[in-house]
Write a new protein. Structure first.
Length: 315
């Protein structure tokens, strides 16, 4: 079930850390006091075709093939050797007509595991110290680090412990989102069985009835899917689709949320569009990696984020 009781003050949800150091890779360990953040239950998301089926106003474009992957791999070796950006594609520096940039990060400064957010404490918060939404793993801030120009969310299962990781970008240093916008992330993941990624727009009021938009989402050893949960009846998806793109290669995933439609883009190409049951409440971005809830997690691996941007929709 959703954790409605965790709608707490912003000050209680944002991690606090020790004084920022000139080099977070070698500074003192940060302390995190995060309370359970606003996050939906992954088990509430249907893994198959929703009911009802998407209507005719929802489209997917099978010809909008993603750009070729720059390759998979694991850990630091996967992120290195591809030029200025570890993924082979630099973060866009402008938002373009109709949009205004409100957040961007390409992770230029290293922070070792156990010290995050460190110097990023005004722009990111990590979930810490509570059970993930599958009820199997635990969110741990010490699973998050920055190295080789990527934000690394490390997940693992072994010796009876399952480690999950989740982060939230802070726009203007504040917890909270916006109504409409463009949310882009350049990411890849190791194909670790039993773990699930959900990068989602979630209600600022922690109310699932406000709706939920998910992209990219899916099992790390599977393919990337997109969802739109119906406001007022969020257990029903007004849209769901499968890109056929695996998580293990570098790709850019974008949600463009306008008043009249949501576009889902892979590598800057529109893959799907829906105009059904669009959210109207203020929402913020959450990047969750956790136990899938059905298949027991097995092994360890990394979800790597090269850069992330948020733009406000200006019309």
């Amino acid at each position: 079930m959703l954790l409605a009781a965790v709608a707490v003050a912003v000050a209680a949800t944002v991690s606090t850390s020790t004084a920022r150091q000139a080099d977070d890779a070698g500074g003192p360990t940060s302390t995190s006091t995060s309370t359970p953040g606003r996050h939906p239950d992954v088990t509430d998301r249907p893994s198959g075709t929703p009911s009802p089926e998407p209507t005719g106003s929802t489209t997917t474009d099978p010809t909008a093939e993603p750009a070729p992957s720059t390759g998979g791999g694991t850990g630091a070796g996967a992120a290195a050797g591809n030029g200025p950006s570890g993924s082979g594609q630099a973060m866009p520096t402008s938002s373009g007509p109709g949009w205004t940039r409100t957040f961007s990060d390409d992770f230029a400064h290293p922070v070792t595991a156990g010290r995050f957010p460190g110097r990023y404490d005004d722009s990111w918060v990590a979930y810490d110290g509570f059970t993930d939404t599958s009820g199997i793993g635990d969110y741990r801030a010490d699973a998050v680090s920055v190295r080789d120009g990527v934000l690394d969310l490390a997940v693992s299962a072994g010796d009876g412990a399952v480690t999950s990781a989740a982060v939230v970008p802070l726009v203007g240093g504040e917890w909270g989102g916006q109504v409409h916008g463009r949310f882009s992330v350049r990411m890849r993941a190791d194909a670790v069985p039993g773990f699930y990624a959900a990068f989602l727009l979630w209600s600022d009021d922690n109310d699932w009835d406000d709706g939920e938009v998910d992209f990219p989402e899916g099992r790390l050893d599977g393919t990337v899917r997109g969802y739109n949960h119906t406001p007022g009846d969020p257990s029903v998806n007004s849209f769901v689709g499968d890109t056929g793109v695996s998580f293990d290669g570098w790709h850019t995933y974008t949600i463009e949320w306008r008043p009249d439609r949501i576009d889902y883009l892979v590598d800057d190409r529109v893959w799907a569009t829906t105009s059904e049951a669009l959210p109207t409440a203020s929402m913020h971005w959450v990047m969750q990696v956790e136990a899938a809830g059905e298949t027991p997690p097995d092994g360890a691996g990394h979800v790597e984020i090269d850069w992330a941007t948020i733009d406000r929709y200006d019309g």
